[in-house]
Design a protein. Structure first.
Length: 277
């Protein structure tokens, strides 16, 4: 029997909410389980997606340096192993990476995986609107470190649409979480939103499906934060068919992404993907 460690009350509450939402299914899979503070609407004047101003360029430079340190700390802390790096050997242009979302740190694991691609590519990350206004160092990183915040303002979203196209045209990568919400330490793949796949089809770039599995460093203990290691699995890129309308192609790419991630989950964990009823 595994030795258990008592979790803080807030984590127990989050896990209960995850269990409840999984049982409810449907759109509940996309619901937040964390107590995120309300945020104001991101307006066009708030953001410089392509870092064209001196303020964003300077802060972006320093924030990427801090992120480099964080990536290497994450590599060591979570004993990260990358599988499937060979699937990126022919990836030379822009691409959209997708991943399951269970932690504030797994994006660093995906960025480490992206370094397996030939050449130099910046990896941007799509983030929720509220993250852009978080206080402190974390908020600063989420504002300046190659993040692409969503917005409830249509004009800002139009700017984001143009920025995504330009970033992909430049040959860089974008990380998108099609599961949308972060479910803490949740191991199963969840249903996906269509957005990432539409952007890939529209811009004629591949989807690179990634799936991070969680494992106990010491099997004698439960998988608590200090006893978790990451294995990131990179699947072959899913290329759009340029002669098919974007919204139709997006559905096909989403279905293929879901299929390969389900396959990895069942192979690695040795059990069928089943949600609570």
């Amino acid at each position: 029997m595994k030795r258990k460690t008592e979790l803080p009350a807030d984590r127990e509450a989050v896990l209960k909410k995850i269990r409840d939402y999984e049982k409810l299914g449907g759109d509940y899979f996309f619901c937040d389980v964390e107590q995120d503070p309300p945020a104001r609407t991101l307006m066009p004047s708030d953001v410089d997606y392509l870092h064209s101003t001196a303020k964003f360029k300077l802060n972006g430079f320093f924030s990427r340096g801090i992120e480099w340190v964080c990536k290497n700390v994450c590599r060591s802390k979570f004993d990260i192993t990358v599988h499937g790096g060979e699937n990126l050997k022919d990836l030379t242009g822009g691409a959209i990476f997708t991943s399951n979302h269970f932690s504030v740190t797994e994006n660093l694991a995906v960025k480490l995986a992206g370094e397996k691609a030939p050449g130099r590519h910046r990896m941007y990350k799509l983030v929720r609107e509220g993250n852009y206004f978080m206080p402190g160092v974390i908020g600063w990183l989420l504002k300046y470190c190659d993040t692409l915040p969503l917005s409830s303002n249509l004009l800002t979203m139009k700017m984001l649409d143009g920025a995504i196209s330009q970033i992909l045209k430049n040959g860089d990568f974008i990380l998108v979480y099609p599961e949308q919400a972060m479910w803490w330490n949740y191991q199963k793949p969840r249903p996906y939103k269509i957005g990432a796949y539409y952007y890939a089809a529209k811009n004629n770039v591949p989807i690179v499906p990634c799936f991070v599995t969680l494992h106990a460093k010491d099997p004698e203990f439960d998988m608590l934060p200090d006893n978790i290691r990451y294995e990131i699995h990179i699947m072959p890129p899913i290329y759009p068919r340029g002669d098919v309308r974007a919204h139709i192609e997006a559905e096909r790419m989403l279905a293929e992404n879901a299929r390969v991630c389900k396959e990895v989950y069942e192979r690695v964990y040795g059990k069928e993907l089943v949600y609570s009823e």
